[in-house]
Design a protein around this ligand. Structure first.
Ligand code: NAD
Length: 246
């Protein structure tokens, strides 16, 4: 894709699932990649380095502003700039509303919503100084349409759309772009936690393709949105869901 070679791309939650596939895709496109995750991302980074990709692993907790500031500082110290932030780190703590606790509400808001605020705020000074940058954030079809047992998760995934649209309006003139990706049901650990029967009877029946999406199919959308081919796409939410929402 155009314009990704030598770009510095930071992927939160890049050690597994969609984040890992996204980091690998950017590496294939010739980018320099920072994997920032709570979990260990060294294995992924070492595999990239073995293929001569410039890559860095930073341990981060996106809910903690000091940790996030250190993440941005390390990326800039290593590569001199940040061109793309993929706000991918996310968690679920599902339960029906009548059983949802304040604790599980707060935990999901802290990672999926405040974490996106923290990471975006941390890279913005660098992007504004560069007068260029792309911030891509993981929303979800659940944010667009809601889902039983996921009121906390849906609130965060709808929330990041509002933040993204506001940032796009605020900073388009500074050469920055902000977009959301809304995956449907993708075959990662997050979805494989769902019991097999529920997956078959409640989820796959809604997907015309009759299958889960692949993490690489979401990664391809992130790569496109970060590329020069998407230069006029700003403040958008693009679904990658195999038509499960139409
Ligand atoms: P995953 O659970 O496989 O990976 C999430 C990653 O985020 C993990 O590596 C985890 O360590 C990291 N993480 C969690 N909390 C963190 C924290 N506080 N600080 C730093 N890192 C943290 O998830 P996934 O399925 O690959 O999902 C990735 C993103 O895509 C999430 O935001 C998710 O909500 C969204 N999404 C996923 C699906 C799906 O079907 N899998 C659908 C829609 C949206």
């Amino acid at each position: 894709m155009r314009g990704l070679k030598d770009k510095v791309v930071l992927v939160t939650g890049g050690a597994s699932g969609i984040g890992k596939a996204t980091a690998l895709r950017f590496a294939e496109e010739g980018a320099k990649v920072v994997i920032a995750d709570f979990a260990d991302g060294l294995e992924v980074v070492n595999a990239m380095k073995a293929k001569n990709v410039e890559a860095l692993y930073v341990q981060v907790n996106v809910t903690d502003t000091d940790s996030v500031a250190a993440m941005a500082a390390k990326a800039i110290e290593t590569f001199g700039r940040i061109d793309v932030l993929v706000n991918n780190a996310g968690i679920t703590k599902d339960s029906m509303m009548k059983k949802m606790t304040k604790e599980t509400w707060d935990a999901v808001i802290a990672v999926n919503l405040t974490g996106v605020f923290n990471c975006t705020a941390a890279v913005l000074p660098q992007m504004l100084q560069q007068q260029s940058g792309v911030v891509l954030t993981a929303s979800s079809v659940v944010g667009l349409y809601g889902n039983m047992g996921q009121a906390n998760y849906a609130a965060t995934k709808w929330g990041v759309i509002g933040m993204t649209k506001s940032w796009a309006k605020e900073m388009a003139k500074n050469g920055l772009r902000f977009n959301c990706v809304a995956p449907g049901f993708i075959g990662t650990d997050m979805v494989r936690k769902i019991p097999e029967q529920v997956l078959k009877e409640k989820i796959l029946v809604k997907v015309p393709a009759g299958r889960l999406g692949e993490p690489e199919e979401v990664a391809a959308l992130y790569a496109f949105l970060a590329s020069d081919d998407a230069k006029f796409i700003n403040g958008a939410v693009i679904s990658v869901d195999g038509a499960c929402t139409i």
